[in-house]
Structures are given as structure tokens and as C-alpha cells.
Design a protein around this ligand. Structure first.
Ligand code: NAP
Length: 247
């Protein structure tokens, strides 16, 4: 029987938190499949850097907002080809705005990618992990899903919804030796937060007991723990990586 390579699938692995997760899981010995939607060069560069460092990685274009594309990806690239040890549902977008002015399209887009996209990816992964009888799924939620944030009703709804998915999927899949957990980062320095006005960033930093924004690596190390054997009896949990903000 051919041994399939233990693989970690990281959605949105081209930049920011996903890129750090891809590097960290490669360091831990997983082959990493990372996906992107708009930045092929960045994604290929992450895969090449992992391979240059002696690891295994491939980059794939995959819009998690397109359920049919997600199903095709699992059928063509995952099923029977690799052992799917880890799924990190990391892909996400923001479309912030005042509640009273928020357009339906901006609400639907954020729910469609951050919540529905994570659900369809988790569903396809669960079909495969159920047959394998093992796997770790980590959903990247947010402090904003736990405590809310002005001008982010769409994003906070998606990230809070992801916590519900995490807890329900954990109960459903526990009997198959599959863990499902969420990591809830606080405010992390990435492209997603780079555009925030300085006064907003300053107000966030003041609200963080550790008085600094987090790094992508801070989040990636928490994900690596939940993906490891050390976390084999932890499921349905939310690990906050937020510098001490109480939620
Ligand atoms: P980022 O730097 O903006 O990167 C977003 C990633 O998601 C990119 O790899 C992007 O791919 C990918 N992506 C976007 N839309 C996608 C789609 N439709 N299908 C597949 N991939 C898609 O964001 P980040 O700050 O690293 O955030 C990563 C995750 O952490 C998100 O879920 C975010 O909500 C969450 N989070 C972030 C913070 C923070 O403060 N930064 C805090 C809490 C939670 P391309 O490069 O190809 O565009």
C-alpha cells in the first residue's frame, strides 16, 4: 500500500496569518497545500520558500466562496492523493462600514467567504477525514466574533458563526478522532489591518493589556499546537491569541 503524505491545507496561505501558518506547519513536518485567490506570485513564493528550506509545499488558486470549485479541488487534488491531516480555515476578507449604510452585497460577501467558505471547505475535508479516522481542523475566528466591533457587523457575524460551526462540528466528528477548534486572534499586523487609520490602531493598542498588536507568528504557533498530537484531547475549544483582551 502506498503511504500518502501527511498534508496540511491552509486556505489563504499567500499572505499574513495564513503565510505564517504555512511556514510553521511545514516546520512541523507537514506537506503544506496553501491556497490563494488574487495573489499567485505571493502564494508561489511562499511554497518556493518552504521547498527551499527542505519542506514540501504547493500553491493552488481556490476561491472558497465558490462551493463547486472547493468540491472540485478536493476531488482532484486531495482525495486519494494525500493524507489530509490538517485543515486550517484561514481565508477571510473585510468590508467594513457603518451598520446603517452597509450594503447587502458587502454583508453577503463577507458571510459568503468567511463563514460559508469555511463551512464548505470543512464539509469536504470532513468527508475525507471521516474515512481516514483522524484529522485536525482549525478555524480562524476573531476577537471581533467574541466581543463585537463597531463598523464590522458583517465580519463579527461571520466570525461568531464560525465559533458555532466549530463547536457543532467538534461534537459531530469527535467519534471519528477528528478535532475541531478555533483560534481567535486579536488585532494582528497584516495587510488586513495595515489600512486602519493611526488613531484607530492606537486605540486598539491601548485596549490590549500587552500594549501591542500581535504578529502572524503569534497566531501560527497556536495553530501548530492545535494541529499537533499534543492537542489530541482538545476539541470544540476557542483559543484566544489576543494579548490579554478579556472576552
Ligand atoms: P490578509 O493578510 O488580508 O490575507 C487574507 C488571505 O485570504 C490571503 O491569502 C487571500 O488570498 C485569502 N483570501 C481572500 N479571499 C479569499 C477567497 N475568496 N478564497 C480564498 N482565499 C481568499 O488577512 P490576515 O490578516 O492574514 O487574516 C487571515 C485570517 O485571520 C482571516 O480569516 C481574518 O479574518 C483572520 N483574522 C485576522 C486578524 C487581523 O488582525 N489581521 C484578526 C483576527 C482574525 P490572496 O493573497 O490571493 O488575495
Amino acid at each position: 500500500m502506498t503511504m500518502l503524505l501527511p498534508t496540511a491545507l491552509v486556505t489563504g496561505g499567500s499572505r499574513g496569518i495564513g503565510k505564517a501558518i504555512a511556514h510553521t506547519l511545514a516546520r512541523e513536518g507537514f506537506q503544506v497545500y496553501l491556497t490563494y485567490v488574487s495573489k499567485p506570485q505571493e502564494a508561489e513564493a511562499v511554497a518556493e520558500a518552504i521547498v527551499s528550506a527542505g519542506g514540501a509545499a504547493r500553491a493552488f488558486c481556490l476561491n472558497v466562496g465558490d462551493a463547486a470549485a472547493v468540491a472540485d479541488f478536493f476531488a482532484n487534488e486531495i482525495k486519494g492523493k494525500v493524507e489530509l491531516s490538517v485543515l486550517v480555515n484561514n481565508a477571510g476578507i473585510t468590508k467594513d462600514g457603518f451598520l446603517v449604510r452597509m450594503k447587502d452585497d458587502d454583508f453577503d460577501a463577507v458571510i459568503g467567504i468567511n463563514l460559508r467558505g469555511a463551512f464548505v471547505t470543512l464539509r469536504e475535508a470532513a468527508k475525507i477525514m471521516t474515512k481516514q479516522r483522524h484529522g485536525s481542523i482549525i478555524n480562524i475566528s476573531s476577537v471581533v466574533g467574541q466581543m463585537g466591533n463597531a463598523c464590522q457587523v458583517n465580519y463579527s457575524a461571520a466570525k461568531a458563526g464560525l465559533l458555532g460551526i466549530t463547536k457543532s462540528a467538534a461534537k459531530e466528528l469527535a467519534g471519528r478522532n477528528i478535532t475541531v477548534n478555533a483560534v481567535a486572534p486579536g488585532f494582528i499586523e497584516t495587510d488586513m489591518t495595515a489600512g486602519l487609520p493611526d488613531d484607530v490602531k492606537k486605540s486598539y493598542e491601548e485596549a490590549i493589556p500587552m500594549k501591542r498588536m500581535g504578529t502572524a507568528s503569534d497566531v501560527a504557533e497556536a495553530v501548530a499546537f492545535l494541529a499537533s498530537e499534543k492537542a489530541r484531547y482538545i476539541t470544540g475549544q476557542v483559543l484566544a491569541v489576543n494579548g490579554g483582551m478579556y472576552c
